[in-house]
Design a protein around this ligand. Structure first.
Ligand code: NAP
Length: 243
């Protein structure tokens, strides 16, 4: 089958690396973004320069109408989606839970959990046997991220539960659902948390002694989506240097 993938938040960081990797693997790639059209356009230009197939679609994946329009746009451009990477995610400035307001909590849940629900739902309406979904969770789902962002960790715990439950619902349909759990990856997200040097600061506590790269996460996502992982569903790959 022709492989058509949506990478949510495909414009920067892990999503950008994943978009480029999947295009190199022969997928037609929809690079989704919310605000940074310039970054999305750069990813698309790089893929096309390397003879791949990609286009960019703006959609806030926490908004139902945007998600439906996103899937419709992909279908019009490439045909029905066959694969999905739920990568879009946010975190906010490090704080203790007691100091977080409800607006912040709701924003994190919408961007990280509602988005995953909406995109999974629209994808599985269209997917055929052989389809696959990878959700980008976080080691935070295991650690809870105390004193930094318990809200974010909570949202990633929900992503893990959705991954497990949906994988069991879809197993008999031949659609696989898995997740990666990165940690300490060099991207812009740490600056959003108010700690741009976080990865280097924590490196001495990481068993492998360094932070990870977006390409290293993209490798795991590409494998989980691929037929090489045909007997893998409801599974999690941690990419956190041994933490
Ligand atoms: P990043 O560099 O900040 O990139 C985030 C991407 O998500 C951007 O492309 C952004 O698009 C997009 N995005 C955010 N909210 C969106 C929305 N509502 N709708 C559509 N797109 C949206 O972050 P990253 O580090 O690559 O993170 C990617 C994923 O990995 C996230 O789910 C994050 O939680 C997870 N993760 C990262 C790490 C790490 O160490 N970096 C560790 C564990 C888990 P715009 O720029 O256009 O807004």
């Amino acid at each position: 089958m022709n492989k058509v993938v949506i990478v949510t938040g495909g414009s920067r960081g892990i999503g950008a690396a994943t978009s480029k990797r999947l295009a190199a693997d022969g997928y037609a790639v929809c690079v989704n973004y919310r605000t940074r059209m310039d970054a999305a356009d750069q990813v698309v230009a790089k893929i096309r320069a390397d003879s791949g197939d990609a286009f960019a679609v703006r959609a806030d994946v926490s908004v139902e109408a945007d998600v439906i329009a996103l899937f419709d746009a992909v279908e019009a451009e490439f045909g029905a989606v066959t694969h999905l990477v739920n990568n879009a995610g946010v975190l906010f400035t490090q704080a203790r839970l007691v100091d977080m307001d409800l607006d912040r909590f709701n924003k994190v849940m919408a961007a990280n959990v509602t988005s995953c629900f909406l995109c999974c739902r629209e994808a599985i309406k269209r997917m055929k046997p052989g389809g696959a979904i990878v959700n980008v969770s976080s080691v935070a789902a295991r650690t809870g991220s105390p004193f930094e962002y318990v809200d974010y960790a909570t949202s990633k715990g929900a992503v893990d539960s959705m991954t497990k439950g949906l994988s069991l619902e879809l197993a008999a349909d031949g659609i696989r659902v898995n997740a990666v759990r990165p940690g300490f990856i060099y991207t812009d997200i740490h600056a959003d948390g108010g700690d741009p040097g976080r990865v280097d600061r924590l490196s001495p506590q990481i068993p492998l002694g360094r932070g990870g790269t977006a390409d290293e996460v993209a490798n795991a996502i590409a494998w989980l989506l691929s037929d090489e992982a045909s007997y893998v569903t409801g599974s999690f790959i941690d990419l956190a240097g041994g933490r």
